[in-house]
Write a new protein. Structure first.
Length: 202
């Protein structure tokens, strides 16, 4: 009985430590993402922090508008077609979950296991051929079926990184909006609307 209690307490302490680590990292990532003074580089820096925490091969952030950001920790041999195929499959999984559950935010892990082999053998083979043994991701779907995905490839801290992605995915989208919006606002403020040349504000 005493051994069971000790094991339970140790497991509880480990779990609490992991949650605290995720919370701290999430706070750091949010700070980077919402720092408008550095909007050109904050998404790349946040992906680097996420990748380091997750001990992942790579982290990626992309959406159905064609925005695509990535941080590579280890060599990734995917060519353009491979990257396109990976994105399309992840979009399909998130869209399918959204349709089935009706939820805006979906967290999932995709592994090349027996279930994937039965349900999607082409994707199973693709993952194995490219040495991808885990994709931990957070997918957001809006009412207009606009999909945004934040994912880590081969994360050694899979369960923690999925929690971290859940806590930070909205901030990645906000940072992307700020980046695009602030750039457009700056352009309007510093150029002449008729000629396109720099005005006195610039």
């Amino acid at each position: 009985m005493l051994i069971v209690i000790v094991v339970y307490v140790l497991a509880l302490m480990t779990s609490e430590h992991q949650v605290n680590a995720v919370t701290t990292c999430a706070s750091d990532i949010r700070k980077v993402l919402l720092e408008t003074a550095n909007e050109k580089n904050n998404i790349a820096e946040a992906l680097k922090q996420l990748c380091t925490f997750a001990k992942a091969r790579a982290t990626i952030f992309f959406n159905t508008d064609g925005e695509d950001y990535r941080y590579i920790a280890e060599s990734v041999s995917l060519d353009d077609e491979g990257k396109k195929y990976l994105r399309s499959e992840l979009f399909r999984y998130v869209s399918k979950l959204h349709t089935a559950k009706g939820t805006t935010l979906n967290i999932l892990s995709i592994k090349p296991n027996k279930h994937l082999y039965k349900t999607n053998p082409a994707f199973y083979n693709f993952l194995n051929e490219n040495n991808i043994f885990d994709i931990s991701l957070s997918g957001t779907v809006t009412s207009a079926n606009h999909i945004t995905i934040l994912a880590a490839l081969n994360a050694k801290r899979g369960s923690q990184v999925r929690l971290l992605a859940e806590k930070t995915s909205a901030c990645f989208s906000m940072a992307l909006y700020n980046k695009n919006y602030l750039n457009k606002t700056k352009l309007v403020a510093t150029t002449d609307s008729l000629t396109g040349t720099l005005n006195r504000v610039a």
